[in-house]
Design a protein around this ligand. Structure first.
Ligand SMILES: *Cc1c(COP(=O)(O)O)cnc(C)c1O
Length: 375
């Protein structure tokens, strides 16, 4: 933890954790001048949002002077209907990021610990530090959360455990039995946060997003997002399903109008359009497999993924490294995600894109490793 900013003695002083945060760096989104951009760096859907969501968004533009419904009832009811849940136990956020942060503000006193895993989503550490808490990292096994390692790091100050399932940027997941074993091993006073941002994409029989676990316990919440499969990243919509007590706390802490009217309207329309989601999931299933196979055929290791992206491993050698590949691909307009900040300096993460982007990325990667010679 280095304090990188010099301040005068009497300058306003932020809470201690604030200056320990390394600000989140989003995926690049620019190609060199004159080169067509294929942005595969932020796990956005190549299909875009449902046209019905766009229509609802545009209709909402007619009443921008009116405050939105502060409890986002229309959206919570649409989410509840689509998932068979009680709308009273849903809280919406300006992206699930806001909910992940709210949980830290709500449940961490200064010095309390928030736990996450070695290559876990970076927002957890930011949320914990911003709330004045102490981040604790559990090592992973095979780039996958390790329940025993997590449990062994729990202390009497552990208030929150954040798990992305599946995880970003690795694409790996914990089978539901393992999630249940993790929950069973935690103190009742520790809140387990299941971040299921990519759950819609998962086609593994032993996976569950966590609804059942939330329903049957007092210390588990699940967060979801409209930024990925629903294609509404720009609108910032997330939601949380949790025990009534947690929901009540979050409803006190959150901003009274934390979702905009257009977001509420578009989100409700998006989640009702099952066919659009199915198409996005089908496209992903096909290309996730093809990309993994295609990249492996080039001699590069790919971590098995159940999400909408793959983690590609490069040799730690000059000319063949992840940084070299990143520069080579960027020059051709193919933008992947460097993941050094996640402790994976030899990897790049590639989102599943359109058929055109996927083929172009594979071809460019092939050129990079000299794969064309192999036929
Ligand atoms: C993309 C992502 C989210 C979603 O964030 P939003 O704030 O809802 O856009 C949450 N968790 C993980 C692990 C993600 O990769």
């Amino acid at each position: 933890m280095t304090v990188s900013v010099r301040r005068a003695d009497h300058a306003p002083r932020p809470r201690q954790g604030a200056l320990a945060i390394e600000a989140y760096v989003p995926g690049k989104s620019k190609a060199p001048a004159g080169v067509r951009l294929h942005k595969l760096s932020s796990n956005e859907t190549p299909l875009g949002p449902s046209p019905k969501a766009v229509e609802a968004f545009q209709a909402a533009a007619a009443k921008l002077e009116v405050y939105p419904d502060g409890s986002a009832t229309l959206l919570r009811e649409a989410i509840a209907r689509a998932n068979g849940l009680d709308a009273a136990r849903i809280v919406c956020g300006a992206g699930s990021d806001e909910l992940l942060s709210m949980l830290a503000y709500a449940y961490l006193e200064p010095g309390d610990e928030g736990l996450f895993t070695e290559h876990g989503f970076l927002v957890y550490k930011i949320a914990i530090l911003a709330a004045g808490g102490t981040p604790v990292v559990a090592p992973e096994t095979n780039l996958t959360a390790d329940v025993d390692a997590i449990l062994s790091r729990v202390t009497d100050r552990t208030r929150l455990v954040y798990i992305a399932n599946p995880n970003n940027p690795t694409g790996t997941y914990l089978p539901f039995d393992e999630v249940k074993r993790l929950h069973a091993g935690l103190p009742k006073s520790t809140l387990l946060v299941l971040d299921a941002a990519y759950s819609e994409y998962v086609r593994a029989n032993d996976y569950a997003a966590g609804i059942e676990l939330v329903a049957g316990s007092d210390n588990v919440v699940m967060t979801r997002t409209f930024s990925k499969v629903f294609g509404l990243a720009s609108l910032r919509i997330g939601w949380l399903y949790g025990p009534q007590d947690v929901v009540d706390v979050l409803n006190r802490i959150r901003g009274p109008f934390n979702l905009s009217g257009p977001a509420i309207a578009a989100g409700a329309a998006a989640i009702a359009d099952r066919a659009h989601v199915d198409a996005a999931v089908d496209h992903n299933a096909r290309w996730l497999a093809e990309l993994a196979e295609g990249v492996r055929a080039l001699g590069l290791e790919v971590t098995p993924s159940v999400a909408n992206f793959i983690l590609i491993h490069f040799p730690d050698e000059p000319g063949r490294s992840a940084a070299d590949a990143d520069a080579f691909l960027t020059a051709r307009g193919v933008i992947l995600r460097a993941v050094g900040a996640y402790g994976l300096p030899n990897c790049l993460r590639m989102s599943v894109g359109t058929e055109e982007s996927n083929r172009l990325a594979l071809a460019a990667l092939g050129e990079f490793v000299g794969g064309r010679a192999r036929g």
